[in-house]
Design a protein around this ligand. Structure first.
Ligand code: NI
Length: 394
């Protein structure tokens, strides 16, 4: 294990080549057949035998079995891209109108690198490492699809790690590692509320039941759930992003709807906001002689890093890269990540891998057409995955 970072550096060209291939052929959402075929091809080439394809669609699960007994650690890498037209001007830029503008190409390449490193260390590896190559992170469907298709069983996964590369947290600089105890990212829920009234002439509102007024009132009152009912120290966001209703200046429509998102950092707050949202919209509608129909879709849960597990990872990362390279992330983000579905089932940690080098022009944010990451940081990512797999049970 002592030399794992040097070993990772010795395969840096290969890791970069995997990333460039993936970068050139991005695919979207659950539809990642070429990406999956490439992952499988490269895994076979390096000698991974136990590969399960088509897990929950185009997901791939691959096993590296150690020669010593032990538990199973999953290493999760997402592999989907975004509907963004690339403007980096890189020689390996995508030409198909889609783009790896979040670094998931790098995640997959670093995980492939870890697989290659672990194959050379099977004799000292205790237990099994299950690589989970997951499509559809961006639309938060992939993790759930793979779980529903049994990726956490056969063998049963005991713990899981994953990373996000790039420059998501400013305190994690290039080549640095960010860890956080507890919540790192938010639950992502979506709601649609349809206010139903009775259509009529705009000049005779008393003969109609006006769903537009209900909607306007509800949009404001919903905010009071956060400002008046939750502790000011308990983070939550409720955003109404869409209002739709009515066709003409002088017609009271039959219905009007709002669509929005709720973001929370802990499960009890999440349940509370949903319950109160339902109550507030139905009270508003009821108070105005109408009705509110609620469609509430729970997306990924809050991403919560297990404290003990994260402490083990933090100590390991400090040993590997030097304590000065390991930063504790101060604040979570209200963005979401569907790795949270895995971390809801088993202990683990999702860490941040800093990979934006401003001196190389890597100053653009994630999901920007000019987003790019520093390939020189990839060996560190592979070494973190592989080295941790070799030591976490000690
Ligand atoms: Ni991402």
């Amino acid at each position: 294990m002592e030399h794992i970072l040097e070993e990772a550096k010795s395969i840096s060209a290969e890791i970069a080549e995997w990333r460039r291939h993936l970068h050139q052929t991005p695919e979207l959402g659950l539809e990642t057949p070429k990406t999956s075929a490439y992952i499988v091809q490269e895994l076979k080439k390096m000698g991974v035998e136990d590969i399960r394809e088509r897990v929950g669609g185009w997901g791939v699960a691959a096993l590296v079995k150690g020669e010593k007994p032990g538990k199973t650690l999953a290493i999760r890498a997402d592999c989907d891209a975004l509907p963004i037209k690339e403007e980096t001007g890189l020689p390996f830029a995508s030409k198909n109108g889609l783009m790896h503008a979040c670094g998931h190409d790098a995640h997959t390449a670093m995980a492939l690198g870890a697989a290659k490193l672990l194959l050379a260390h099977k004799a000292e590896l205790a237990g099994t490492v299950k690589f989970i190559f997951q499509p559809a992170e961006e639309n938060v469907q992939g993790a759930k699809a793979m779980i529903d298709d049994g990726v956490m069983e056969n063998p049963h996964v005991d713990a899981l790690i994953g990373l996000h590369t790039g420059c998501l947290w400013k305190e994690v600089g290039n080549g640095e590692i960010g860890v956080r105890f507890g919540s790192l990212m938010a639950a992502v829920d979506r709601f649609v509320v349809t206010f139903k009234g009775k259509g009529g002439h705009g000049a005779t509102p008393h003969l109609a039941v006006d769903p537009v007024t209900m909607t306007a009132t509800a949009v404001l009152e919903l905010q009071t759930i956060l400002s008046r009912e939750l502790s000011p120290l308990d983070a939550a966001v409720l955003t109404v992003g869409r209002i739709e209703g009515g066709k003409s200046f002088n017609i009271i429509p039959e219905s009007c709807l709002i669509e929005g998102t709720v973001r929370t950092l802990n499960p009890s707050t999440r349940a509370f906001v949903e319950e109160r949202l339902r109550a507030v919209v139905s009270r508003v509608a009821d108070g105005m002689r109408g009705e509110a129909e609620v469609e509430y879709e729970s997306g990924p849960p809050p991403l919560i890093n297990d404290t003990d597990f994260t402490r083990t990872f933090q100590a390991f990362a400090a040993r590997l890269a030097g304590a000065e390279k390991v930063k504790e992330i101060g604040e979570p983000t209200m963005g979401g990540e569907d790795v949270a579905y895995f971390l809801e089932m088993v202990p683990g940690t999702f860490f941040v891998h800093g990979s934006c080098a401003p001196e190389k022009g890597q100053v653009y944010p994630h999901h920007n057409p000019k987003f790019d990451v520093d390939e020189e940081t990839f060996p560190l990512g592979s070494a973190l995955f592989a080295g941790f797999a070799l030591t976490w049970q000690q």
